[in-house]
Design a protein around this ligand. Structure first.
Ligand code: APR
Length: 273
């Protein structure tokens, strides 16, 4: 159980309520953010201990800088010069999924979660076994062609430091890291699939997101417009708290494991009945 966190009877009753909502729903999507990976040692962006809080927001024209000088951007990717970028790369490399990621993967396995849309680039949902996964801001380990949007798994494309940027073997376009930079459009194929999943959803689980960055921040509103319900998991109030039917104030790891417990036990008692 995360430090200082206690599952009070009141919170446990709320988690049971959220479990009932999840079970009654027809199509459930989870929208996750940096808060989910805090217990894996990756700082959030905003709020207490946030990266941007500490170092200030990065320049909003990261993508335009890539387009102006892709070789320079690649040299920075291969050998980061900025201390925070080096620190983040080490932290991402060492991070492992936590009980929150594992609970979401298990909900999917039990057929109680149709899809995870993550704003995180940390690859931890994939490592936890989530399969119906949409990485709307990309994955720090993957590469992507900026022309045909083809994605390349780690090590699938040889990168020659003498010939940068690497070119797409399919269309000859420039290849960059898959992480979506500030100023870069979300790859249209991923965005389309996110919007389809959101349009079909009647229940959205909001985990560890401040709900401040678009287009992802629009998705909960779309679910509400469609008559759906929102369940929030966040130790602190966020922009989305007032919109949620149930807002669970606790760390993602412990709360999602408790949610999994409730949905599984109510399933068993349902079967026993
Ligand atoms: N469990 C659950 N939620 C937590 C935890 C925890 N242990 N710790 C912190 N949080 C919550 C915070 O209260 C905050 O509301 O996680 C949220 C993190 O918010 P942000 O740092 O703004 O992260 P996110 O919403 O993912 O940011 C969206 O902004 O900078 C860009 O591209 C970046 O994907 C990112 C996007």
């Amino acid at each position: 159980m995360a430090d200082g966190f206690t599952l009070t009877p009141e919170l446990d009753a709320q988690v049971a309520q959220a479990a009932a909502l999840l079970r009654q729903a027809r199509s459930r999507v989870a929208l996750t953010g940096a808060g989910l990976s805090v217990e894996s040692g990756i700082p959030p962006f905003r709020g207490p201990g946030g990266l941007w809080t500490k170092y200030g927001e990065p320049p909003m024209d990261g993508y335009q800088r890539f387009l102006r000088d892709p070789a320079k951007a690649w040299r920075e990717r291969l050998e980061p010069t900025e201390s925070w970028a080096r620190g983040l790369r080490e932290t991402l490399g060492a991070a492992r999924p936590n009980p929150g990621h594992e609970a979401l993967a298990e909900l999917e396995r039990q057929g109680l979660l149709e899809c995870v849309i993550t704003q995180n680039i940390d690859d931890l949902h994939r490592q936890a076994g989530s399969r119906a996964l949409l990485e709307i801001h990309g994955n720090h380990r993957w590469l992507r062609c900026i022309e045909c949007h083809r994605r390349f798994e780690p090590e699938a494309l040889a990168v020659d430091p003498e010939r940068l940027p690497p070119l797409c073997p399919a269309c000859g376009g420039w290849v960059k890291g898959d992480t979506v930079q500030f100023g870069e459009p979300i790859p249209p194929d991923v965005l389309r699939r996110c919007m389809d999943a959101v349009a079909a959803a009647d229940c959205m689980l909001l985990v560890g997101t401040s709900g401040t960055v678009y287009p992802a921040a629009e998705f909960p509103v779309e679910v509400l417009r469609g008559g759906g319900r929102l369940i929030e998991v966040n130790p602190y109030a966020s922009e989305l708290s007032e919109l949620a039917s149930v807002s669970l104030r606790g760390p993602a790891g412990a709360v999602l494991q408790r949610l999994l417990h409730h949905v599984s036990t109510s399933a068993e008692s349902g079967r026993a009945a």
